[in-house]
Design a protein around this ligand. Structure first.
Ligand SMILES: *[C@@H]1O[C@H](CO)[C@@H](O)[C@H](O)[C@H]1NC(C)=O
Ligand SMILES: *[C@@H]1O[C@H](CO)[C@@H](O)[C@H](O)[C@H]1NC(C)=O
Ligand SMILES: *[C@@H]1O[C@H](CO)[C@@H](O)[C@H](O)[C@H]1NC(C)=O
Ligand SMILES: *[C@@H]1O[C@H](CO)[C@@H](O)[C@H](O)[C@H]1NC(C)=O
Ligand SMILES: *[C@@H]1O[C@H](CO)[C@@H](O)[C@H](O)[C@H]1NC(C)=O
Ligand SMILES: *[C@@H]1O[C@H](CO)[C@@H](O)[C@H](O)[C@H]1NC(C)=O
Ligand SMILES: *[C@@H]1O[C@H](CO)[C@@H](O)[C@H](O)[C@H]1NC(C)=O
Ligand SMILES: *[C@@H]1O[C@H](CO)[C@@H](O)[C@H](O)[C@H]1NC(C)=O
Ligand SMILES: *[C@@H]1O[C@H](CO)[C@@H](O)[C@H](O)[C@H]1NC(C)=O
Ligand SMILES: *[C@@H]1O[C@H](CO)[C@@H](O)[C@H](O)[C@H]1NC(C)=O
Ligand SMILES: *[C@@H]1O[C@H](CO)[C@@H](O)[C@H](O)[C@H]1NC(C)=O
Ligand SMILES: *[C@@H]1O[C@H](CO)[C@@H](O)[C@H](O)[C@H]1NC(C)=O
Length: 799
């Protein structure tokens, strides 16, 4: 008896125990809970898993396809259909082989995933542990974490979610959820859930061609969707009883809140963000909340040239436009292509196919309010890029609006939509298009369980048709900036020695010093100072009145060719809200620039004047924003103004603003400008963005946005910043808003009561809020100048 027991023990020790024995000290009766330094989990060993102490979660190699494994965490218990619920993956986009692949915890404390024969790891935690005591464990909440003797967590899976958040797992500003490609393909898909630059949690669609926000409703401002952009932290999480809280004021309770089932939040492959509860008895996940109730408001699902319609059974359905065919019959995201030859522009006649109740969201080339159908058609015919237009009557405004489109994406067909789409087609084929029944339907099969019925819907926003904007383009700013600069510096400079060529292209004149001296009556009439020089009024020989700027002499004076190279580029910038450069002079030590003259002087001279009523102030805000947006985006923001202030905003005879002194920051200090790293502390006290004060923060176009915000607040409140007062005006305004406690009467408290005329309350409120956003401490939280323009245009639209 004793002998046979020993025998069995020996057999057990030799044959069975090595398989699950990962933690060397563990007794073989308990399953492995920890991976120690120097050991590994192998893809080949059937029992090489880590379990959570409550056995709810398992971590190990998960078989995702033929000879393809991903290191994952999943729910130990399978669902009723036998499938596993994967909650995290280390290497979703690069699965490893089913042989010789390993997850190893190196002696250094680095956790690495190696594919069969590859030398470099597929994935690594990039951690170090000097105490040599780190252990990898999976805890009862499903968190895989690496912890050392000092109880320091070196790495944890909760910090890098895949497409799922577990209860108590926070979504932070460092992380985002990325959907899977499809129900069966776990690699990264097109949808993301993340904290946007303005601190708001959003859903974003992004593929190689398009990028756009679709939740919360992009036609509404964040605060109109109940979100708060002023939170400085970015954290969102759900607790185990189904209460979700986020720092942007997004709160929701799942429909079964209070109960304690197993829960998860997943960004599904169809782009919807859902909360699920596990129904243990039936072995299925139940949806208990979802971000989007109408499947078609999720962008990107149906690809180009196709439309989405909400389908009660399948959630949504894609259809090609008439006379278009599906490009890839298994995947709608490829979209549809026209069956006719899209004729080359200009040499054919066009007709328009009327598609009532069809809409394509975004990608408008223009916004044409109060227009007629024929004017809209003409506009689309005249524009080569126009693929069609959306036309609808706005009952609130009492006129029709036309939106010509250069891309037909995010299509929607819904009887609730009262506008029409007009598709531009070559005339000779339009005859065969006269019946609309050619629209072919196709199901998306987008939901695991076709009917996702909710006890309670979450839909805070209501449909509102307004100006369609938000071209949320995430520029790869750094890279492009540098490319632009390199292009600019070398592209223009290499040719700058050939003056004749430059003058021919830029069309402005080289003046002699004597000529300018005479024009300005020996520089007698000074009209301004700053931006590196003194400005004088002058009258040229052809009787044109001009402003002549005499640049200060600086130690590292540029040669004429270099000066010319710089200002010729500035001279090519042509925008109604930028001051025009008429010429220059470079003789011995003198460097002068000749500008158009502005009758009404600078904004700073006018701020106290009775002539600047609210309408004019609003126009100035908008015009200045347009000018700066043009500067920033002409070559993806290579020209920063760096000194936006009321002195540099000039007013013409109609009080239309023109931004002056742009580009001089580059001009005046060439040495510092390499890599956009300006010598520090440029600009004017009171208008300078905080990042100027910190050596390690990059200087981007957002410094101008900040200064612009200060100028706007100055225009609104009448406070004067040019004294360089220490008290920040934006803080003052924010305090007033907080003090008002949600009521609107803070507006009266904030605006300058000495300014004559009435203002529209909602416009003013928007204006102030835009200005406050521009003045955010965190540069990423500020909008770009073109977003500012869009927001201000939107204000106008509401009047
Ligand atoms: C698991 O780890 C997370 C993150 O450290 C922690 O919040 C959670 O409380 C842990 N759960 C358990 C059951 O220890
Ligand atoms: C999953 O999708 C990606 C991207 O489209 C593709 O490269 C990959 O081959 C797919 N994997 C499987 C198993 O279908
Ligand atoms: C969620 O539930 C909590 C307590 O059960 C309640 O205080 C809170 O108001 C609820 N939130 C929402 C958005 O319903
Ligand atoms: C269609 O899409 C699938 C999945 O992305 C891909 O495997 C297939 O090659 C595509 N077919 C064509 C004709 O492009
Ligand atoms: C969609 O249709 C336009 C013409 O209307 C065409 O230029 C474009 O290439 C089409 N898109 C795709 C993906 O084929
Ligand atoms: C629309 O345009 C017409 C004619 O151009 C004009 O009379 C009318 O006032 C405009 N309506 C609005 C609301 O601007
Ligand atoms: C669309 O028009 C119909 C009738 O003209 C009206 O009853 C309905 O409310 C409108 N729908 C919307 C969303 O404006
Ligand atoms: C339509 O006209 C264009 C140019 O005029 C021609 O190239 C094309 O073949 C015509 N298509 C049909 C269907 O007649
Ligand atoms: C639509 O047009 C096609 C081609 O002209 C024709 O064969 C078909 O019968 C039409 N369908 C309807 C419903 O009119
Ligand atoms: C999609 O659903 C339809 C109808 O339910 C079915 O016929 C079709 O085979 C499904 N397609 C895929 C790719 O699963
Ligand atoms: C300089 O400009 C001339 C103008 O035509 C052009 O032909 C030449 O290629 C340019 N040189 C460089 C180095 O770009
Ligand atoms: C400017 O750069 C030149 C060469 O690049 C250098 O010789 C000079 O000392 C620099 N001047 C200053 C003020 O840094």
């Amino acid at each position: 008896m004793a002998l046979s027991f020993t025998f069995i023990s020996v057999i057990w020790l030799i044959f069975i125990s090595p398989l699950p024995l990962i933690s060397s000290s563990s007794s073989f009766s308990s399953p492995p809970f920890a991976l120690k330094l120097g050991s590994s989990l192998s893809v080949e060993k059937k029992y090489d898993f880590l379990f959570s102490p409550n056995n709810l979660y398992t971590a190990g190699f998960y078989h995702i396809g033929e000879n393809a494994y991903c290191f994952s965490i999943w729910l130990t218990k399978p669902l009723s259909d036998g499938s596993r619920t994967i909650v995290w993956m280390a290497n979703r986009d690069s699965p490893v082989n089913g042989k010789f692949s390993k997850l190893s915890l190196l002696k250094t404390g680095n956790l690495i995933l190696r594919d069969a024969y590859q030398r470099l790891p597929i994935w690594a935690s990039d951690t170090r542990d000097s105490t040599e005591t780190a252990v990898l464990r999976l805890n009862n909440s499903g968190n895989l974490f690496l912890q050392n003797r000092d109880a320091k967590v070196l790495w944890q899976s909760f910090d890098s979610p895949t497409n799922t958040l577990l209860p108590t797992q926070p979504l932070t500003k460092f992380a985002s959820l990325v959907s899977s490609r499809s129900l069966t393909n776990h690699s990264s898909g097109f949808y993301k859930l993340l904290f946007d630059n303005d601190n708001v949690v959003r859903l974003v669609y992004s593929d190689s061609k398009l990028i756009g926000v679709y939740w919360p409703n992009p036609e509404l401002r964040a605060w109109e969707s109940g979100r708060n952009v002023y939170g400085s932290k970015r954290v969102a999480a759900m607790d185990s009883s189904g209460h979700f809280i986020s720092t942007d004021d997004l709160f929701f309770n799942t429909s079964d809140a209070g109960d304690q089932p197993l829960r998860k939040l997943t960004l599904d492959f169809d782009g919807n963000f859902r909360a699920y509860s596990l129904d243990e008895s039936r072995g299925i996940w139940q949806v208990t909340w979802q971000a989007i109730s109408e499947g078609c408001s999720i962008h990107g699902s149906c690809g180009e040239n196709s439309t989405c319609s909400n389908d009660p059974i399948h959630g949504r359905k894609c259809s090609c436009l008439p006379n278009h065919r599906m490009i890839n019959h298994t995947d709608w995201s490829y979209g549809c292509e026209p069956e006719f030859n899209p004729t080359s522009c200009g040499n054919s006649e066009y007709d328009f196919l009327h598609l009532p109740h069809f809409d394509f969201w975004g990608y408008d080339s223009r916004y044409m309010p109060n227009t007629t159908l024929s004017a809209c058609k003409q506009e689309c015919i005249n524009s080569c890029s126009c693929k069609g237009f959306q036309f609808k009557y706005d009952w609130n405004k009492g006129f029709s609006i036309c939106y010509p489109k250069f891309l037909l994406v995010n299509g929607l067909s819904s009887v609730n939509f009262n506008g029409s789409m007009y598709l531009k087609v070559p005339k000779n084929i339009s005859l065969s298009l006269n019946n609309n029944s050619v629209v072919q339907g196709f199901n998306l099969n987008c939901s695991e369980k076709p009917t996702i019925q909710l006890d309670r819907d979450y839909d805070m926003y209501h449909q509102k048709e307004s100006i369609k904007f938000l071209k949320l383009v995430t520029y790869v700013v750094g890279g492009l900036e540098i490319i632009c600069i390199v292009y600019f510096v070398y592209g223009t400079r290499s040719n700058s020695s050939t003056r004749g060529y430059l003058q021919a292209t830029s069309g402005f004149k080289r003046f002699s010093y004597a000529e300018l001296k005479k024009a300005s009556k020996s520089f007698s009439e000074e009209i301004g100072r700053g931006g590196g020089g003194i400005v004088y009024k002058g009258v040229l020989s052809d009787n044109r009145v001009v402003a002549i700027k005499h640049l200060n002499e600086s130690r590292n004076m540029q040669g004429e060719a270099e000066l010319l190279a710089e200002i010729s580029t500035l001279g090519k910038l042509n925008h109604m809200n930028l001051i025009e450069i008429l010429g220059y002079c470079a003789e011995s030590k003198h460097r002068l620039l000749v500008y158009e003259y502005m009758e009404n002087g600078s904004l700073s001279q006018n701020l106290q004047s009775k002539n600047l009523d609210w309408d004019k102030r609003f126009d100035i805000a908008l015009g200045t924003a347009k000018g700066l947006a043009y500067l920033h985006e002409e070559c993806l923001e290579w020209i920063l103004h760096c000194d936006v202030k009321p002195h540099n905003i000039l007013l013409d005879c109609n009080y239309k603003p023109k931004v002056a002194d742009f580009g001089l920051s580059k001009l005046l200090d060439r040495n510092g400008t390499r890599d956009m790293e300006f010598t520090r502390a440029r600009g004017t006290r009171g208008y300078m963005a905080p990042e100027w004060l910190f050596v390690n923060l990059p200087i981007t176009s957002k410094v101008d946005v900040y200064s612009y915000g200060v100028v706007m607040l100055e225009m609104i409140t009448g406070a004067n910043q040019s004294g360089g007062s220490e008290g920040r005006m934006d803080s003052w305004v924010r305090e007033k808003i907080v003090a008002a406690g949600g009521k609107n009467d803070w507006v009266q408290e904030v605006v300058d009561s000495t300014v004559i005329g009435n203002y529209n309350m909602s416009s003013m409120r928007t204006l102030i809020k835009v200005a406050l956003r521009c003045c955010q401490e965190d540069k990423d939280a500020r909008p770009t100048m073109s977003q500012v323009v869009d927001m201000l245009l939107h204000v106008e639209d509401e009047d």
